[in-house]
Design a protein around this ligand. Structure first.
Ligand code: RAM
Length: 930
């Protein structure tokens, strides 16, 4: 059914007698009649988790989302219609693949395509229009296109190719396995082409070239890291403009990367598998025919290229004499190259399109300072701890090896690498010509702020231009916008964003520098929501959750880090494996996308079952890392390094058991599974009861063990204490904080709960006290000691004493960066009152330590922004409520009798359920903010 509309329509609309109206300083209490043009078409059309016209898309039944334009007359949508067609022109003739027809709904996001599932390579266009008040209809949006990648293994004619010497039955040496391979294949084009696509993947890491040019100058470390035994991602590139009539050459280099290299301290198993390349170039001619150039035995391969060794932890070794000038051009002599061997695709390893943006070079940082030069050794400071590789341009002498080392901090002025543990993290360049070289490693990455270059031509004076830091991370739009009147708080906010950028390296890493760099689940569990406030990372997290699902075993166990590499720790931990329930639920809360719950529901249930298996009479005995790295651990027994803190392990396990059950129960409700909901409710009640009986006496004292801040935080955050004992629990918590001289005593698990609990119980003043502490343990302590990212321990480093002698001192761990969530949900007060921010609570927490704060968050409906200033106890606050939402502004610390909104003063000002628009709020703060 098609509804005909004129593109411009005049109409009149009655403004409701709502107390608060958007934007204007007018008096909206008097109903007015205004003239308006027709609604504007929807804007910002995206598919899936926010992709704009993607190429090589992964879903055959995509989800559609759009926004109401900021300056549209439409405030709230009442209905929508989506159409999908093979060509943009087909819309006019109503030749459609799918037409949703008019659907009465205020949803503007995550609407699933209901037509015949789309197939590999298919390109389609879609458009949307919507209706608002008085059934006014908008124009159709501009059509947007997207194109699918290769969805199935049988789309590939290509085979895995490799160097014959690396075949496992030839028991290749470690050296051979660690040496990158280079491939090339020439082909000729005789007809006009209209389209060319390269589909490419690797067991390892690839870098493709076409006719003497890199296919991408930004993408690095592709295809990324998934559970390779089950799923490997492919990328799609548009080569239409790169292929010329006559001879062409497609080429690629290949290294082992995460697929083949070491994990943890597995030296002996280093580079245990041969890397393989999979590539399929498809050229479509103007006559409609397609030529496929698949990777197979017609490709040539060599291991005699310039990169002699490549390892994620250890670095790269480059030999100039082995360069192969012109190897990606047609007129290169490759007679000495070998014929590639080809292996078929395994049926049980799915090759599927990459479902989130690859790692890219997103920024280049210049050297800030040359810290010291001694002979042919120079130390360069980029002023920022970060991740990637350097590009160096230095004078060298033939035969004299150049070495590049990396460090996160200097130890009393000396270059310090101990905290990298066994990761060599060193790149080498062996020149065979005297002169200037330019080099940027391809198949490794480093976490660093400083580099030390040695072996350059010491007759030359080092210059800042010798090095540039190429910052790499999973590509994401960053929208962290929090700012305040306090410099250190702003610095902390910047450090947290850098911590996120550093560790979002295709998967969420614990740290990016030492011999670890793994997808630790506990760290991810606490940081997912904070990261959503700072970047467009929904796709990043939902992609990783697929890996978590794949790594969950049949008992429901979720390994400690994902993707999993078998190492000596085989157990899992409470608070870590709970990633399986926590992230799906929290992503749903923020996005409102039920797909994330539907996709992960079985995993959530599986994890609850595993908890059940690991408990006795509802008390957990699951292993745990505890409240990891809690400061000042007490009661240490011999050999205990105290890393797991003092909070009772079974108490932690039982609290997470309850929390996981609660979240799965809520998911059951959203997904309309009443039976599951009922069973999980009963289970939750039982765990709650056991939790109280087993661990606490009547006065909420622990029956045994050490009472910690985290003990009470867990009970309060996860609502485990009886209602009539909550106040008592709060008192216990506050007393423990006071006892610690208003310092936190929390580790990875407890820290994020501090803000949630204290704000809930109306004690944001205590959060402000903790947040503004300058002494250990606190966030500002790291800033006072020069931090430019967040650290693993509260005291990993100090300017005076250097690195913490306990070891394990990453200076780039995002776990304590969870405080950033409170910048948005607390200081600015922006919180989803309904999933996906359809209803928004704006409840800013004013504090004596701050006079001003501002920031915004882009909800699925649009941007909500808050800015406040409380100088002299006068409140000046501006709020923008996005289209298609309602907001509740909650200001308990403001004297309502002195409040004005958009110029109106009223004694019965109602700030709930307010409509989209701009609000200028003025008022008096009641008394002291404390
Ligand atoms: C460390 C990791 C990680 C933490 C685990 C328990 O080695 O760095 O941050 O979650 O151990």
């Amino acid at each position: 059914m098609l509804i005909k509309t004129k593109s411009i329509k005049k109409y009149s609309v009655l403004l409701s007698a709502l107390m608060l109206s958007a934007c204007t300083e007018s008096k909206p209490t008097v109903p007015q009649v205004i003239e308006s043009t027709a609604q504007m078409a929807p804007v910002e059309l995206t598919i899936g988790e926010g992709f704009n016209e993607p190429l090589g898309y992964y879903e055959s039944q995509p989800r559609f989302s759009w926004k109401i334009a900021k300056n549209s007359d439409l405030n709230t949508q009442t209905a929508y219609q989506i159409q999908v067609a093979e060509q943009a022109e087909f819309f006019e003739n109503n030749e459609l693949l799918w037409d949703s027809d008019k659907v009465l709904s205020d949803d503007t996001s995550w609407i699933q395509y209901q037509g015949t599932p789309l197939s590999s390579r298919q390109k389609v266009y879609w458009r949307v229009r919507n209706w608002g008040k008085n059934d006014l209809i908008s124009d159709w949006s501009e059509p947007k296109a997207f194109e699918l990648g290769l969805l199935n293994n049988n789309d590939w004619q290509a085979q895995w190719i490799g160097h014959p010497d690396t075949q496992l039955d030839k028991t290749p040496s470690q050296a051979l396995l660690a040496t990158p391979q280079y491939f090339r294949k020439t082909f000729s084009v005789k007809k006009d082409i209209i389209k060319a696509r390269l589909y490419i993947s690797a067991k390892g890491l690839f870098k493709p070239f076409i006719n003497n040019a890199a296919v991408s100058n930004e993408d690095v470390m592709t295809p990324g890291w998934t559970p390779y035994a089950q799923r490997i991602e492919s990328l799609t590139y548009d080569l239409t403009n790169h292929i010329k009539p006559g001879e062409n050459v497609i080429a690629a280099s290949l290294a082992g990367g995460w697929y083949a290299g070491r994990a943890f301290d597995q030296h002996e198993q280093d580079h245990r598998k041969p890397a393989r390349l999979l590539a399929q170039l498809e050229v479509t001619y103007a006559d409609g025919n397609t030529q496929i150039i698949p990777s197979d035995t017609s490709w040539s391969v060599t291991q005699n290229g310039p990169i002699r060794f490549a390892s994620i932890y250890d670095g790269e070794r480059y030999q100039q004499s082995m360069e192969m000038p012109g190897w990606t051009t047609t007129n290169f002599e490759d007679k000495s190259w070998k014929t590639a061997i080809a292996e078929p695709l395994e049926q049980n390893v799915k090759i599927v399109p990459k479902r989130h943006a690859p790692i890219r070079i997103t920024e280049q940082l210049p050297v800030k300072e040359i810290v010291g030069v001694k002979g042919d050794v120079a130390i360069f400071d980029f002023g920022q701890n970060m991740v990637g590789v350097p590009k160096i341009k230095i004078p060298v002498i033939a035969g004299k090896k150049v070495k590049i080392r990396f460090a996160e901090a200097l130890h009393k002025g000396e270059f310090y690498t101990d905290n990298y543990r066994s990761a060599e993290s060193t790149d080498y360049y062996l020149p065979n010509k005297t002169g200037e070289i330019e080099y940027q490693p391809t198949y490794t990455y480093h976490g660093y702020r400083y580099i030390e270059i040695s072996g350059f031509d010491e007759n030359k004076q080092p210059e800042k231009s010798w090095a540039t830091a190429m910052v790499q991370h999973s590509d994401m739009a960053l929208h962290a916008s929090f700012e305040s009147s306090h410099d250190k708080l702003n610095k902390l906010s910047s450090n947290i964003v850098w911590g996120m950028r550093s560790n979002f390296y295709d998967i969420p890493l614990d740290c990016p520098q030492r011999d670890e760099r793994l997808g630790w689940t506990g760290d991810a569990q606490v940081f997912a929501t904070p990261s959503m406030y700072m970047g467009d990372v929904y796709a990043f997290w939902s992609a990783w959750l697929q890996s978590v699902r794949e790594e969950q075993n049949s008992e429901g166990k979720v390994p400690l880090y994902i993707p999993f590499i078998d190492w000596k720790i085989k157990w899992t931990s409470s608070g870590w494996g709970d990633v399986a329930t926590i992230i799906p639920w929290e992503l749903y809360t923020i996005t409102g996308d039920k797909t994330i719950l539907a996709d992960n529901y079985d995993m959530m249930q599986g994890w609850v079952n595993y908890h059940q298996k690991k408990s006795d009479k509802f008390i957990s005995n699951m292993m745990t890392f505890g409240d990891w790295l809690q400061p000042y651990p007490t009661n240490l027994k011999d050999g205990d390094n105290g890393n797991r803190g003092n909070t009772d392990f079974n108490l932690i396990g039982t609290a997470y058991f309850a929390h996981s059950v609660e979240l799965t129960k809520q998911a059951a409700q959203v997904l309309n599974k009443p039976q599951d909901h009922k069973e999980l409710s009963l289970l939750h009640d039982k765990i709650k009861q056991a939790f109280n009986q087993h661990f606490f006496d009547e006065q909420l004292n622990l029956k045994q063990g050490v009472e910690t801040q985290t003990t009470y935080l867990l009970g309060l955050a996860y609502n485990l204490f009886p209602q009539n004992k909550r106040d008592l629990a709060v008192d216990k918590l506050l007393a423990l904080i006071e006892e610690a001289d208003s310092h936190l005593r929390t580790g990875f698990l407890g820290t994020p709960l501090l803000t949630q609990v204290l704000q809930d119980v109306g004690r944001s003043d205590v959060i402000y006290d903790l947040l503004f502490k300058e002494t250990y343990p606190s966030w500002f302590y790291s800033i006072n000691n020069g931090a430019t990212t967040t650290w693993e321990r509260w005291n990993s480093y100090s300017i005076e004493d250097g690195f913490n002698p306990q070891g394990m001192n990453s200076l780039n761990h995002y776990a304590y960066g969870t405080i950033s969530r409170w910048f948005y949900e607390g200081i600015l007060g922006i919180k989803p009152a309904k999933p996906g921010f359809k209803e928004i609570n704006i409840e800013p927490q004013f504090g004596d330590q701050l006079t001003q704060a501002n920031g915004s968050y882009t909800t699925p409906q649009g941007e909500v922004s808050v800015s406040w200033n409380t100088k002299g106890n006068q409140l000046v606050m501006d709020v923008v409520v996005p289209k298609n939402t309602v907001a509740n502004i909650i200001l308990p610390t403001v004297d309502v009798t002195k409040l004005s909104v958009n110029g109106d003063i009223s004694t019965d000002m109602n700030l709930s359920n307010i409509q989209p628009g701009e609000y200028h709020i003025r008022g008096n703060i009641k008394g002291n903010l404390k």
